[in-house]
Design a protein around this ligand. Sequence first.
Ligand code: SF4
Ligand code: SF4
Length: 381
Amino acid sequence: MELSIKKPFFTPKDLSWHERAKWWKDKGKRVLGYLCSDFPEEIVYAGGILPIRILGSNEAISEAYKYSINPYSCYVTRSILDIALKGELSDFDGLAITTTCDACGLDIYWRMEDQVKGSFPFLYLLPRPSISKTESSHKFFRVELFRFKESLEEFLQEEIPKSSLAHAIKVYNQNRSLLREIYDLRGEGFISGVDAASAVFSSMGNPKDESNLLLSRMIEEAKVREPKSSAAPRIHLSGSVLFNLELFELIEDLGGTVVSDDLCVGSRYFWDPVSTDRDPLEALATRYLDKEPACPCMNTESKVEDRLNFILMMLERYKADAVVFCLHKYCDTHQLDYQILAEELEEREIPFLVHIIEQNIGTAQLRTKLEALFEIINGRG
Ligand code: SF4
Ligand code: SF4
């Protein structure tokens, strides 16, 4: 099978939105953008459409402010709207938005509806309950997924059969298991933090079957390499969306390595598989509601405890020395959870730091903070 992408792994810097859409559209296929790790891409993939994650970027905002977007919404939200208003998504056939977070969900949807309407032949708001792990929330979400599938079918003018959904789930689960294997190899020093992160970024924008071939090749190549020493400060990253690999590169430049994360561009995207022994839509509804690590926007009673347990599990599994929270300014949900998570880590004497990001990661200030953290870790021997 000939791979359609230019290089084994692209990072957000390598291809513009136009280029990403173009190489798929040149094959006569459709492209649909989505904004959140909690969006059930499998339904789109089953319809023969390529789902591409729109992450936002750290480029300056020029258009969004003209349309009265709140300057106090997170940069992810402002940037996504700006990208759309600049016409950078003009090759996309559609955009689907989940209501997970009010900022990237509702706010963007209404503004797209109001200001960018007409750019997308298919614009869909997917209501997602903020409660998980209950029978009623699963039922509700399954109905919403069914409605989404119906709308997509209407747009495509063809049915998406159950067998295509089951196949999509299988391909996506394979991608998840390959990414986990890459995380395990990274933990053992066979793969760098930067390369593992670019494998995840790349998976969010490639057709998953092609992505799986690339990931398998990466794993084969990594297994025959000499592993890097694991003595460097080993970092767990916590947060939501990062626009690029700068943070991973900075940590590695300073002699550390990112060995695990609970990022929306990391494990929050792929960690849990979808069950294959039940009705596909029911399985998708359950996975995307109950998955770990949870999105901080969820209101489930045990959410923060579950998030803490996930972080502790990752620290143990990948022998991480410390946690770096990299949170977006004005992202209330992540910052609220952080208060509790920080107390819990402090109680357990696990070193951590918090850094607030906006358009850029604030390299100079973060460098100083990381150097101080690495000194503490190295001092512990
Ligand atoms: S933090 Fe939540 S709403 Fe934001 S991208 Fe991640 S999963 Fe989606
Ligand atoms: S960074 Fe926070 S506020 Fe912004 S879209 Fe993600 S969850 Fe919502």
